[in-house]
Design a protein around this ligand. Sequence first.
Ligand SMILES: [Zn+2]
Length: 503
Amino acid sequence: MKGKASIAAYSLVLGIYTVAAYHLPFFRHVLEYLGEGDSKVAVVAFLALMLTAMNFVLYYLLVYFGRTVGKFLIAITLLFNAAAVYLVVSFNQMASIEMMGSVFHSNYNEVSGFFSFPLFFNTFLLGVPPVVYLFARKVERGSLRTLFACVGIALVVGSGAAAANYSHMPVARRHAPQLCGLIFPWSYIINTARFLDSERIRHRDEIMLPDAKLTTDTEDVCVLIIGESVRRDHLSHYGYGRETCPYTSRDSVTALAAMASATYTIGSVKALLEPEETDDLYEILPNYLSRTGIDVEWRTSNWGEPPVKTEKYYDVKALKQMYPDADAGYDGILLAGLREAILSSDKPKQFIVLHTYTNHGPMYCRDYPPEFEVFKPTGKIVEDYKSDPQLLYNAYDNSLVYTDWLIHSVIEILQGMPDKRTCMLFVSDHGESLGENNTYMHATPLEFAPKEQLEIPFLVWTRNAGLKVKDLPEVGQHHVYHSVLRFFGVDSPAFNESLCIFE
Ligand SMILES: [Zn+2]
C-alpha cells in the first residue's frame, strides 16, 4: 500500500467490511420476514447500501476528529462486532441492555461465562484483519470542505436507500427490536445508551407515596428472596419431572404461577419493588416500609435495584467483613448471621430482602457448591450446551436445587421463631431460555420474549400469620408490594386489594 488513502476511501473500505463480515444474521432475519412477492435482492441491496453509508459516516467522523483516539474506538467496535456476531450465531445472545449493564458494572461472572476458544478464534478471524488495516493504512486527513461533501453524499445515499425500502416499513417496525439488535456497532451503542438511561431512572428521586401507618404491634418478620433467572417450569413445585425442590417439598409452601414484568434484572427488580407498572420511579417497598417504622435489611450478591434507603445494606463484601468465616463463593453467605440479625433487631417488625445470583448463566455450575451437583454430567464451557442440551439442563437444575436449599434454610430460621408472625416470599426476577429456538439466557426485548423468560415462580410460606393465600390463577410481580403491606398490617392509601395474594 503506497502513499496515503483519503479518509473517504479508507472509511468506505471499513464500512463495506463491517456490513459484509458482521451482518449475515441481520440479513438472514430480513429474508425470513419478507413476504412472497417482495424483491429480496433489491431489499437486501438497499439495506446494505444504507448500513454502509451509516458506518461510513461514523468512521469518517471518528478518524477526522478523533485521529488516533478515533481509530482506537473503531478498533474496539470491530473486535466487539466480531465477538457479538459469534454470540448471536451460536447462542442468539444479543448485546442486550443487560449484557451492556454487566460490562459497565464489571460483572465479570456473567461476561466471562461466554469466554471460550471458539469465541476467541472467531473474534480473531473476523476482528483482527480490519484492525490491522485500520492502523497500517496511512490516511490523508483532507479538508473540512471534503468532509462536508463526503458525509453529505453518504447521508443522501443512505436516506435514499432507506426511502427505497419504504414500502417494507410496517414489516421493519414490527420486527424492529429483533433487527436493530443485529446491526453492529449500533445495537450495543444504543443498548449502552438504554442502560445508562435506566441507571438514570434507577437513581432519580422517587415519587413518594402517601404516608402509611402500622395497625398492629405484633412481632412480624418477612423475608423476601428475589430469585435470579428462575424459570417456573423447571421447578418440581410446578410439575417438573425432576426433583429440583427436594428441600422445600416438605415445607408446605404455596406455589403461585407468576408472570415477570421485564426480562432483564434492572427492569424486573424495579417492578418487584413497585406498587404498579410504571416508567416512573415510585417509592420502592423497602423504602416505604422503612419510612413507616419497619426495620429493613437488604442483603445482596446481585445488583440492579433502585437505591435502598437503609443503613443495613450489605453486599457480599460487607457480609464477608461481618462474618469472616462465611464462604463468599456462593449465595449461602446471604444467610450468614441472619438468625442473630433478626433476633437482635430493636423494632418489632422486620423486612429482610435477599437478592440472590445463583441461577444466572451462562455457567450455572459455577454458582453452587460441589455437593449440589445432583444431576451429572454438566457442561464446562457454553459450547457444550450446543452439543448436548442435557449438559445445560443438568447444570441449571443443580443450581435450582441449591436455590431450593437457600429457600428452605430461610424457612428453617423462621420456623425457629415460633413467637413471631413469619412469612417467606420467593419470587424470581425473570425466567430463562435454555436453548429453545436457539435462544439462551434472558433479556430478549419484551415484544419477542419467549414464555420461558416470563413465566416465573412465586412461592409463599407463612407461620402464625393468620393469613390465607387466595386461590389465584396467575399473579404478577406487583403482588409482592401489596401482599407485604397486608402481612405487616400497614394501613396505606397505596394498598391495592386486587394485587394482594392474602385474603
Ligand atoms: Zn436477572
